[in-house]
Design a protein around this ligand. Sequence first.
Ligand code: HEC
Length: 162
Amino acid sequence: MKRGEKILFVIIALVVAGFMGRNLWRLNTIQEVDKGIPYFSTAPAALERAAMDVYREQNCKGCHSLWTVRDLIKFVPAPILDGIGSIRTEEWLYQYFSATKPQELLPSRLKKEYQMPSYAHLPEAQRRLLASYMASLKVQDWYLQETIKAEQEVLTGREYRP
Ligand code: HEC
């Protein structure tokens, strides 16, 4: 080995050792807190199963995303239903599913074909089931706050203080 090569070799070894040392130090000192998936349901298993049967039969997933499941071909910009129970009450949801014109309760900016259809024709028991299950879909407070903050900052362009 020539002298120049040796020096280069030593430099590379030092750099590599430096990175390894830094990574090891980071591994031991920085503890990333993994807060996990912020969505959860408080529904008993039987309610969840029965409601999801109606959800499937009515093909709600044709427009909505829930538990990351959505229609991959047709893309309708409908609201994601995860955590919906943290912003809507069971009673509101029941009224919404029972409305002959849901857009009177929640206005729409979308084309008619993409808008929330009326489910007033479903048997009452099925509308109650859907409302009860949807109301059980919650989001952790910290995530809701972070989302509201981010949304407000995009909308207003200013730092959001609750
Ligand atoms: C044709 C597409 C489509 C289908 C099918 C559909 N939705 Fe919707 N839904 C929407 C859209 C779009 C909105 C937002 C309001 C609007 O634009 O009419 C909405 C709104 C909602 C909301 C209110 C969300 C909020 O922000 O408060 C709930 C809850 C909901 N849908 C549940 C369901 C359920 C349950 C089903 C199946 C029984 C279903 N939707 C089927 C398109 C659809």
